[in-house]
Design a protein around this ligand. Structure first.
Ligand code: IPD
Ligand code: CA
Ligand code: CA
Length: 277
C-alpha cells in the first residue's frame, strides 16, 4: 500500500521533515551525552532526564509548525493516547534513556506518522553512529539511503535473537525464559536497551529476530513500518499482525518467526498476563 502523504508548510515531504527533526534531536543529544544532570525515576530502571523533555519539545515545535493540522503524541507529554482518526505524529525523544543516562552510546530518536491508527511512515535515528533508519508504506525501508531487508536466515540455531527487559518484572522473567528455553539453539542473544533500535536492527537483518513483551506506541511506531517494508513480519504474541497497541512483539522473517512461535508454544511469555511495560 503506497500512501500519498501531505507535504509540510515549507513544502517538504513528511519523511524529510521527520528526518530533519530526528537529526536536530540527535545533535542535541550528542552535545549533552555524558553530561546528564537531572534524573527522575518513574520506576525501577525507568528514568527520565531533562533531555527527554527538552528534545520532545524541540521535536513538537518543528512538527507543529510544519504540520499544524496534525496531532502530536510523545512519551513525555501526552499520556500515551494516540487519536484513532486523522494524522498523528508519534515521537520518542530518547529511546534507551537508561543507556543514554549511563553514557552507553546506544539510544535513538523515533518519529512516526500514523493515519487513522495505522503507522504509515517511520524514522529511527541513532545519533552516535549517525544511522538513519527510514521507511514509508509501499516505498521500502532504508538505512542511510541504502535499502535494507530482514534476515534471510532460516533456522534459529543460526540466528541472533534480540530482546529487552523493560520494566515489568513478570514480562522480563518470561522473556528470559524464552532465551533459556531456546538456548543453546541460537548463535547468541542480545539485550539491547533500546527497543526501537532493536526492531530497526531486525529490519536491517543485523539481528535475525527481535521480541519484546510490551511496548508503547512511540517505541514501535517506526519499527512497525520498517520491518514490513524490509520484507519481514511483525506480530503480537498470538501471531496476529502487530499494531500500535500490540500485546507483545515479534519481528523477523516468516520462517524464523514460525520456528520461534513453535519453540515458545506453552511458555508463560506467550500468555498475555503481563499487560503493562
Ligand atoms: C524503553 C526501551 C527499552 C524497552 C522499554 C522502553 P525508553 O524506552 O525501549 O528497551 O524495554 O519497554 O520503555 O524508556 O528508553 O524510552
Ligand atoms: Ca521508548
Ligand atoms: Ca523515551
Amino acid at each position: 500500500m503506497k500512501t500519498d502523504l501531505p507535504t509540510s508548510k515549507s513544502g517538504k515531504t513528511a519523511i524529510q521533515v521527520a528526518q530533519d527533526v530526528a537529526l536536530h534531536a540527535g545533535d542535541m543529544l550528542k552535545k549533552s551525552f555524558g553530561q546528564v544532570q537531572n534524573i527522575s525515576h518513574k520506576g525501577r530502571g525507568n528514568i527520565v532526564t531533562e533531555m527527554d523533555t527538552e528534545v520532545e519539545a524541540a521535536m513538537f515545535a518543528v512538527l507543529g509548525r510544519e504540520f499544524p493540522n496534525m496531532a502530536l503524541v510523545g512519551e513525555e507529554s501526552s499520556g500515551g493516547q494516540v487519536p484513532e482518526s486523522g494524522y498523528v505524529w508519534v515521537v520518542d525523544p530518547i529511546d534507551g534513556t537508561r543507556n543514554y543516562a549511563s553514557g552507553i552510546p546506544f539510544f535513538s530518536i523515533v518519529a512516526g506518522l500514523v493515519l487513522d491508527g495505522e503507522p504509515v511512515l517511520g524514522v529511527n535515528y541513532d545519533p552516535m553512529l549517525d544511522e538513519m533508519f527510514i521507511a514509508e508504506r509501499g516505498q521500502g525501508a532504508f538505512l542511510n539511503g541504502k535499502q535494507i531487508w530482514v534476515s534471510e536466515r532460516t533456522a534459529l540455531d543460526q540466528s541472533i535473537l534480540g530482546m529487552d527487559l523493560s520494566y515489568n518484572n513478570e514480562g522480563a522473567i518470561n522473556g528470559l525464559e524464552v532465551i533459556t528455553t531456546i538456548w543453546p539453539g541460537m548463535q547468541t542473544a542480545r539485550i539491547k536497551g533500546s527497543s526501537a533500535l532493536g526492531i530497526s536492527y531486525a529490519a536491517a537483518g543485523r539481528t535475525d529476530l527481535y521480541f519484546h513483551h510490551q511496548l508503547a506506541p512511540w517505541d514501535q511506531v517506526a519499527g512497525l513500518v520498517l520491518v514490513e517494508e524490509a520484507g519481514g513480519i511483525i506480530t503480537d504474541r498470538t501471531g496476529k499482525r502487530a499494531g500500535l497497541h500490540s500485546d507483545g512483539l515479534i519481528a523477523s522473517n516468516r520462517t524464523l518467526h514460525r520456528e520461534f512461535m513453535q519453540k515458545t508454544e506453552g511458555l508463560a511469555w506467550r500468555r498475555p498476563t503481563h499487560l503493562t511495560a
